[in-house]
Design a protein around this ligand. Structure first.
Ligand code: BDP
Length: 696
């Protein structure tokens, strides 16, 4: 098994009871109508049936005769659904589905019903998943609908097929061969996304190239949009703010300039002439050197609204990123987004969404929630998670990210209501926000298994599931993925679940425990670099850890940068006290003396050392658990993961040794005697170079 089929590998059904339920259904399938999405469903059923039952499904022409499985929309099935059932299904909205048994003329039919064809598609995938994981029971009714409208992948793919922060090969968009050649991978990509409810993709890097907006490229993008449409997926593009200058030779990209406004309107109309359901633009502006409205003395709202107006007649959406910071601004980087966006709250058009990273710095191994959540409540806000593991071991380390995302989504933010959490805010509770979004920076590429590390597939899967329903538990999602990937053996399930659920905390322990952050290698971000100095201060490590002879950490209390003041008073108050703040965020907000007493009685210095050591131990535990599964796992998959876990152990030791040796030069205290003593020479670790590290 090379991992290409992801969680859709449709293993032969061995359980005879399950088989006796499924076989008759696939032996008499009736579609209430025809459309491209039903065609996609038919292809999926063909694939699944041949693989699970070694035979093709039988499609009937008549809804009663020889039919067992009904597939259609609520309207199409209205004659066979009771009024109550119709009302129940209608309430599930466009993307929702219901599946269960219906009776007609004394006969039973299993039905998969949505309000729209795409809901039917989601219902079919859910049904197939239940078969694969052996949880299907035709006597149980089931319905589901997403809590978030836009469930979106952000590809950071360049037009030359390199991928910014990509660790799984090159971009799967083969721009050179498009539009003539449609790689079958595009269809498998769409299937995988649809199977977990992802319904939007932005194809290109946020560090954008204006060429994507030329007519030649539009023809290529159109082909992708056509492939994705039956799977319910809309295409977005990143828009380079200076495109009017680059493409049409205008003298300015000032968002208030009539020629600039006309440029974007014409460009946008042209895109819609190729792609009538084009999703809209995603924009990174005035951040890390990207052009934006500030060059012309305009603010983010003026920039975003100009593009939003070009999109509005077509029902397009403008997604504007809040990841803005500048090294010329002397203010703590943590605070800059709030400083810019809070005064603009309520000034954005209705079809604008502000896309905010989960934390205020940058996808660190663990971040406290971004203070912009809850601080702006008259503007649509959406989440940006990072699925690609830029700061979390890239493609060599097994780190299951769902627990981290769950932690963020469940965080209480107390605004706009005392009960608000990040998840409730994203769902529009308390603000009435209708346009809702969870985006994830994609981790896929041309590697045969899509994501480089087999377990990185679980992050793609989990992202889709949490974007669909932010209240899902990471444990439940892990269970689903394990069953779909490795089968239903209970021993395999518990052991792999242990590995996955401990993996994120382990990585935080050996990389950045107790709230440390931004101490990774320069530019490639691979491995430790707490000593990284030089260049702009906000890209160095000491800017963040501030280690000195007294202690370590970033003081963001009122005595320090004051960033805590950007949170709701409930949060700011609790977190301002080093004895009350959850220890996992301690050094994020406080500069703490080396001998500060932690909750378990250790000094801070001892605690740092124990955490780093614990991280390494956890990886070794993961290795042992994996080794014990050898006889249960496909040999190729087993060996792939075994080798990568060995690399991960070395990398965990490297992080621990490098960081502890470095911080010891400030703490001047011995390591606790009962940890594995960090060995090696700090100068050696500092001298390591990685010119071929991927994805810069
Ligand atoms: C950082 C990446 C950088 C991205 C940037 C962004 O290091 O490559 O361009 O985020 O999100 O995580 O724009």
């Amino acid at each position: 098994n090379d991992g290409y089929k992801l969680w859709l590998d449709y293993q032969p059904i061995s359980d005879s009871q399950l088989k006796s339920q499924v076989e008759p259904l696939l032996g008499g399938v009736y579609f209430f109508g025809e459309n491209p999405t039903y065609e996609a469903i038919r292809k999926e059923l063909n694939l699944a049936s041949k693989s699970m039952l070694a035979k093709a499904p039988v499609y009937t022409k008549e809804r009663l005769q020889n039919t067992k499985l009904w597939i259609g929309t609520r309207e199409q099935l209205s004659q066979v659904l009771s009024l109550d059932q119709q009302a129940q299904i209608k309430a599930l909205g466009n993307d929702g589905y219901w599946r269960g048994t219906l009776e007609l003329d004394g006969k039973s039919f299993y039905a998969i019903v949505g309000n729209q064809p795409v809901g039917v598609l989601y219902g079919v995938y859910n049904w197939l998943n239940s078969i694969q994981s052996n949880t299907f029971d035709s006597s149980t009714e089931l319905s589901d609908s997403p809590k978030i409208k836009l469930r979106m992948l952000n590809h950071w793919d360049n037009l030359d097929r390199t991928v910014e922060r990509g660790y799984a090969g090159f971009s799967i968009w083969d721009w050179h061969k498009l539009p003539g050649y449609v790689d079958p991978r595009y269809i498998d990509y769409a299937r995988a996304n649809a199977s977990i409810g992802i319904n939007a993709v932005s194809l290109t890097n946020v560090n954008a190239n204006a060429l994507i907006l030329t007519t030649d490229f539009m023809k290529k993008v159109k082909v992708l949009a056509d492939v994705f449409r039956p799977y319910g997926i809309k295409v977005f593009l990143t828009a380079r703010f200076s495109a009017p200058i680059q493409l049409d030779g205008l003298k300015t990209a000032d968002p208030l300039d009539p020629e600039v406004i006309a440029f974007w309107k014409k460009k946008t109309d042209e895109i819609y002439s190729f792609i009538p359901d084009f999703g809209g633009f995603l924009v990174k502006a005035n951040s890390e050197g990207q052009p934006g409205p500030h060059e012309y003395g305009r603010n983010h709202a003026e920039g975003a609204n100009m593009l939003a107006e070009a999109l509005a007649p077509h029902n397009g959406v403008l997604i504007w990123r809040a990841f803005v910071y500048s090294h010329e601004d002397e203010v703590d980087r943590h605070m800059q987004a709030n400083n810019e966006f809070e005064p603009l709250d309520g000034k954005f058009q209705e079809n604008v969404i502000i896309q905010i990273k989960n934390g205020a710095i940058d996808f660190q191994p663990r971040e406290p929630v971004h203070p912009l959540y809850g601080a702006i409540n008259k503007t649509n806000v959406g989440m940006e998670f990072q699925i690609t593991q830029e700061y979390l071991g890239q493609a060599t380390q097994l780190v299951y990210l769902a627990p981290m995302w769950e932690e963020v989504l469940k965080t209480k933010i107390y605004r706009p209501t005392p009960e608000s959490t990040v998840a409730s805010l994203l769902e529009g509770e308390g603000t009435g926000q209708k346009l809702t979004l969870i985006a994830g920076v994609s981790n896929i590429g041309t590697d045969r298994n899509w994501t480089g590390h087999l377990f990185a597939q679980s992050n793609w899967y989990a992202f889709g599931r949490q974007a669909w329903d932010p209240s899902l538990e990471s444990k439940q999602i892990a269970d689903e993925w394990i069953k779909l990937t490795f089968g239903t053996n209970p021993e395999v399930l518990t052991k792999i679940e242990d590995i996955m659920l401990s993996s994120h905390e382990a990585a935080v322990d050996y990389m950045t425990p107790l709230g440390l952050h931004h101490i990774m290698g320069r530019s490639h971000h691979y491995g430790p670099g707490p000593w990284v100095m030089g260049g702009r201060a906000d890209w160095t490590a000491p800017y963040y850890h501030n280690a000195d002879s007294l202690g370590i950490g970033f003081d963001r209390t009122t005595e320090g940068s004051g960033a805590l003041g950007q949170y709701a008073p409930e949060v700011a108050k609790a977190w301002s006290d080093p004895n009350q703040i959850p220890e996992k965020y301690l050094l994020w907000f406080h500069h703490v003396p080396w001998d500060f007493k932690l909750k378990n009685g250790n000094t801070l210095w001892e605690g740092i050392a124990y955490h780093y050591d614990q991280g390494v131990k956890e990886v070794r535990k993961m290795q042992e658990t994996w080794a014990s599964l050898e006889s249960e796992i496909d040999p190729a998959e087993f060996d792939h993961v075994r080798q990568l876990l060995e690399v991960q152990e070395e990398e965990a030791e490297w992080w621990r040794n490098a960081c502890l040796l470095y911080f010891k030069t400030f703490s001047k205290r011995p390591f606790p005697a009962d940890i594995e003593q960090p060995e090696g020479d700090l100068e050696y670790y500092k001298s390591l170079q990685f010119p071929n590290a991927p994805g810069i």
